[in-house]
Write a protein that binds this ligand. Structure first.
Ligand code: SF4
Length: 86
């Protein structure tokens, strides 16, 4: 997972620091410090932080890597109806 914060957009609202304090930290009133290579254990918190940023300043690459694959779709029953009434 790779995190990039566009510091030109960031307004220091600190939503990210509130939601993922192990990754984002406010340094003073407006300066944001963050771990661009946060450990996977912080994946959910980082996703919430990115979603909550009011100016969409947080980009996360590889957010879904390592997530469990979608289960295979299993079709049950006949996908068609017999036309001759049988
Ligand atoms: S939530 Fe967004 S605007 Fe606020 S400090 Fe974090 S990156 Fe900056």
């Amino acid at each position: 997972m790779r995190i990039v914060v566009d510091l030109n957009k960031c307004q220091g609202y600190a939503q990210c620091a509130f939601l993922a304090p192990d990754v984002f930290t406010m340094h003073g009133e407006e300066a944001l410090l963050y771990d661009p290579r946060a450990a996977d254990e912080h994946r959910d918190a980082v996703a919430r932080a990115a979603a909550a940023c009011p100016v969409q300043a947080i980009t996360v690459e590889g957010l879904h890597q390592g997530a469990p694959a979608e289960p295979e779709q299993v079709l049950t029953g006949a996908p068609w109806e017999p036309r001759d009434g049988r």
